[in-house]
Design a protein around this ligand. Structure first.
Ligand code: GAR
Length: 202
C-alpha cells in the first residue's frame, strides 16, 4: 500500500515539522509520507526545514488574497494538486473556515500545547497558552493532538501527554519543555496512528 500523502501546514519556526521529518527518517512514521509543506508566511523558518529535507513547499499568504474564500481556494488547489489525504496543522496560526474544515473531516489533525480542555480555544496559541497556564498556577500541563472540527481545539482527542511545571518557569522555558517532552513525541506518534488507520480503511 502506498503511504498516506501528508501536508503539514505551518506558520513559524517549524520545530514540530522537524520532529515529523525526523520521525519519517527514523521509521516512526511509516504509513504516511510528508509530501507538501504549506506556510502561511513567506518568511517562516519552517520553509527552510522543508527545503533542507527535500520536501516541496508552498506559501499560502492570506494577505495576498482579497478575502478568506480566495485564500482557502488557493490552499485547496495546492493540496489537491498533490493528492493530499491528511493535513497536519503544526503551529499553523490561522483559523480555517467551517467549509474548509468540513471538506477535510477526519483528515485534519492539530497539535495544541496544553492538556485540552484547559487553556485552549480562541486566543490560546503559542506562548499565550503557557502564560495562561502559569498565571492559573497549574502544576501540570502538556500537549494534545486532536482532530480538527468546527470548534477551535474542540475535535476528538487522539493523544495527550502531561508535562510538569517547575518552580521559576517562564512562558519560554515551559514552552520548550512542553515541546521537548510532549509535542515532538505525540505529534509523530499520532500522525503514524491516523495514517495507519486511513490505510486500513482503504
Ligand atoms: C507549538 O507549540 C504548537 O503546539 C503551537 O505553536 C507552536 C509552533 O511551534 N500551536 C498552537 O498554539 C495552536 N493553537 P513550531 O512552529 O516550532 O512547531
Amino acid at each position: 500500500m502506498n503511504p498516506v500523502k501528508i501536508a503539514v501546514l505551518v506558520s513559524g519556526g517549524g520545530t514540530n515539522l522537524q520532529a515529523l521529518i525526523d520521525a519519517e527518517k527514523s521509521g516512526v512514521i511509516k504509513s504516511g509520507k510528508i509530501t507538501l509543506v504549506v506556510s502561511s508566511s513567506p518568511t517562516a523558518y519552517a520553509l527552510e526545514r522543508a527545503k533542507n529535507a527535500g520536501i516541496e513547499t508552498a506559501v499560502a499568504d492570506k494577505h495576498a488574497y482579497a478575502n478568506r474564500k480566495d485564500f482557502e481556494e488557493a490552499l485547496i488547489a495546492s493540496l489537491e494538486e498533490k493528492g493530499i489525504e491528511l493535513i497536519v496543522l503544526a503551529g499553523f496560526m490561522y483559523i480555517l473556515s467551517p467549509d474548509f474544515i468540513a471538506r477535510y473531516k477526519d483528515r485534519m489533525i492539530n497539535v495544541h500545547p496544553s492538556l485540552i480542555p484547559s487553556f485552549c480555544g480562541d486566543g490560546f496559541y503559542g506562548l499565550h497558552v503557557h502564560e495562561a497556564a502559569l498565571a492559573y498556577g497549574v502544576k501540570v500541563t502538556g500537549a494534545t493532538v486532536h482532530f480538527v472540527n468546527e470548534i477551535t481545539d474542540g475535535g476528538k482527542i487522539i493523544m495527550q501527554k502531561a508535562v510538569e511545571i517547575h518552580e521559576g518557569d517562564t512562558p519560554e522555558t515551559l514552552q520548550k519543555r512542553v515541546m521537548q517532552e510532549a509535542e515532538w513525541l505525540i505529534l509523530p506518534a499520532a500522525v503514524e496512528k491516523v495514517s495507519k488507520d486511513i490505510l486500513t480503511e482503504e
